[in-house]
Design a protein around this ligand. Sequence first.
Ligand code: PLP
Length: 340
Amino acid sequence: MVDLSIGTPVDDTPGVLRAALAEAADAPGYPTALGTAALRTAAAGWLRRRLGVQVADPVGADPSVIPTVGSKELVALLPTLLGLQGSATTVVVPEVAYPTYEVGAVLAGLAVRRADTLPADAAGISLVWLNSPGNPHGRVLTDDELRAWVAWGRAHDVPVVADECYITLGWDVAPRSILHPAVAGEDHTGLLAVHSLSKQSTAAGYRGGLLSGDPALVRRVWEVRRHLGLLVPGPVQAAMAAAFDDDAHVDAQRERYRGRRERLAAAVRAAGMRIDHSEAGLYLWATRDEDCWGTIDRLAALGIVVAPGSFYGPAGARHVRLALTATDERIVAAVERLTA
Ligand SMILES: Cc1ncc(COP(=O)(O)O)c(C=O)c1O
């Protein structure tokens, strides 16, 4: 079997993270929800260096960046952490989306609206999720699209949160952060960004993520997280700081994914499928212009397992998602079967 259904990294966690984790293994005291000053400083440095984002003082009185236990828990808990439960409001999520945005809304008792365009009527909307580069389709929002969402959120006093966990994996375009000055201006009011080490640093097992942006919103989230014990373990915080200080391992991993993407994309096209979007991120969003389960059956007959697009929303029902997270050996096996 070649399993391309789940995007779990398979390459070795880079030495720079492992060494920092081991070095910090003596951890008798509780970590803080706020994160160490070293981690927040390294994270702010990474945001500036790699994404062109200048957050407010990362060690100032109001935090502009805090660690999260991977980004999934933050995605699932954010409506609750922002105190939206019981408000009978609606969370806007992308039309075709990572399911956890909906999980978070349902958990807080809120309604969900799937939309890729600005809602004409803002009544009852309390939170907007963007995801660029997107899972499952790898679509990247343009600066104009991001600016329009920012302006909409500010006009209606609705926080806009961008999940950017694939932002280091732009192939045909360079994804932009919602916190970049070309999008947000110099002010992050009403805006949050979510990042993760899982994919860029091949460290999903460490559970290291970040929330950054509007210090007033980050503070609100952080204060609840302290009381819930949503703490990133101290050794992981040390590994995260080391990871954010080092670009080489991120670039090396990116090249691994680039090679897999090129080989697999050529084979998918040779097998008669069309690839839509997929200009960034860790997936190919492919279709035979048929119901996704028909495509899944055909690929399963070759021993290739992929994810059904319908899993990500009704509009995904004619696509399948192929993850680039298999080993080179498994990608070669998939290519051989697709082109035989
Ligand atoms: C869009 C998106 N957001 C968040 C996550 C969560 O990743 P993690 O919890 O490993 O940071 C994933 C995982 O695949 C994802 O695809």
